[in-house]
Design a protein around this ligand. Sequence first.
Ligand code: DGL
Length: 273
Amino acid sequence: MQIQDKLTMPIGVFDSGVGGLTVAREIMRQLPCENVVYFGDTARVPYGSKSKETIIRFSKQIIRFLKTKHVKAIVIACNTASALALDTVQTETDVPVIGVIVPGARAAVNETENKKIGVVGTEATIRSETYTKIIKSQLPDASVIGKPCPLFVPLVEEGFAKHSITEQVIDIYLSDMKNTDIDTMILGCTHYPLLRSKIMAYLGERVHIVNPAYETAMDLKDILNREGIANESGHPGTYEFYVSDAAEKFTKFASSILPYDASSTQCVNIEEY
Ligand code: DGL
């Protein structure tokens, strides 16, 4: 393949559903010339309550689909898939694949002063202790407190991000965490950045909030530059959106998150891949 072709090939971004749009949004903001193909596995969401084997199988299918779109790099926007499938799929894929956990952990390590870090995420992400392991590999005497917050995902998806019921759920999940002396908190799930202001208000100013999406987009930029495949055309990127179910619902959600039109979202039978 000509190098010129490679530069204009899209970045594949995937998630268990709509939440990964928070990561796609950051990629579109930081790398405005890159074309992006987004896949949301809306038929099989949530991943957060599924087994490692299932999440690896789903991730492999999605990567096979993205490869049909000739992607030059893949971002696993989903924290759960990053925690459980990244290592496996990385070794089996011939384009760079990155997840959100390494960048998120690094941001927290850079941010913390007292080495006490909180992580919130799905059951599967917290159970895997992937954030803890990566943080400790960089900062061995760090102490990491993980807390699964499964209700945050449906609250965001049902449009309750700004509702007072969300404040009650935050209090139920995070009251123990609030009584610790963590100075940094990782929002280790795609949906949680949409609750950022409420979580920030609850934990107070002494706790720095990390959204892994920002660092992930920076890592992607570094990789594209290092590999010599960044799109420097100067033209704005184009975006394609695919889901495994309920394209209309996805489009509605996307329009509340992205400043771009996602109305041409197409449904894909992902089990065929
Ligand atoms: N995208 C998932 C994550 O970031 C959250 C939703 C799910 O459980 O699938 O972990």
